[in-house]
Design a protein around this ligand. Structure first.
Ligand SMILES: [Zn+2]
Length: 258
């Protein structure tokens, strides 16, 4: 556990209310010591439009999110949309490009990890690490994970909720049943169903050779049963399962990307 950075006189960072916000916890761990004073100096104490914390080092909203930020107010449940400022944590959550490319795993104890590995052309998302996490157990109420299934498309950390997996499709609970379904998708992959096959909507599992008369067909029908279970899973879950079960590229895994 890392000691939260002293952000006085900004305040707010040690306020227990903010432990309810995965974005702030992630900021305290991943961005500690990196904060920069806003250009032009501090304009004084302001209220953050997103989280409602008082901050002595505010960033103009327009400097952190696009001009069309009205969309974020509802989608990210901004608490004080009338304010034109963001606190350091919220400004970071919208501006650190890593957060839109790599899965982020946050825990209420203050630890956070960017799941990334070294690829041929630089750091890439470590989907294998995210898979190990979600295949291992249900997500606890003190944990949150964001999965940028489409790189750089969405701001996910500001939407993250404890006990949920957040993708561009929203925040999803992750129960033991979901964990078991993810493992079943791996069995579908092992049976020969590819990523495009998993994205198809056929009644029978695609691409499988039907057993001819006299051949054992137990495994064929077991796969079809798994396919039916998979089809019943809501689409946002199927989408994340396709990405999490994709074969990993060659590369060296690492916990964080600097
Ligand atoms: Zn804030």
């Amino acid at each position: 556990m890392r000691t939260p950075p002293d952000t006085s006189p900004a305040g707010g960072a040690t306020d227990p209310r903010h432990l309810r916000d995965p974005a702030r916890v992630a900021w305290q761990d991943l961005a500690a010591g990196r904060e920069r004073a806003p250009a032009g100096g501090s304009p004084g104490r302001r209220i953050c439009a997103r989280c409602g914390a008082a901050t002595g080092r505010p960033t103009p909203v327009g400097d952190a999110v696009s001009k069309n930020y009205a969309n974020f107010i509802a989608a990210d449940r901004w608490k004080h949309p009338a304010s034109a400022w963001l606190c350091e944590a919220c400004a970071w959550a919208y501006t650190d490009a890593r957060l839109r490319r790599f899965p982020v795993f946050v825990r209420q104890d203050g630890t956070c990890a960017l799941l990334a590995r070294t690829g041929a052309d630089g750091p890439i998302a470590d989907w294998e690490a995210a898979r190990d996490l979600l295949a291992g157990r249900p997500l606890a109420r003190q944990e949150a994970i964001t999965l940028p299934l489409i790189a750089a498309r969405h701001h996910l950390l500001p939407k993250a909720q404890w006990g949920h997996v957040t993708t561009g499709a929203g925040s999803l609970a992750w129960t033991d049943k979901d964990r078991a379904r993810l493992l079943a998708v791996e069995k579908l992959r092992a049976a020969g169903i590819t990523g495009p096959g998993l994205r198809s909507d056929t009644v029978l599992a695609p691409g499988l050779k039907r057993p001819t008369r006299g051949e054992p067909d137990e495994e064929f029908w077991r796969t079809q049963d798994r396919w039916q279970q998979y089809r019943m899973w809501p689409k946002p879950y199927r989408d994340l399962a396709v990405v999490l079960t994709q074969p990993p590229p060659a590369g060296r895994a690492m916990r964080q990307v600097a």
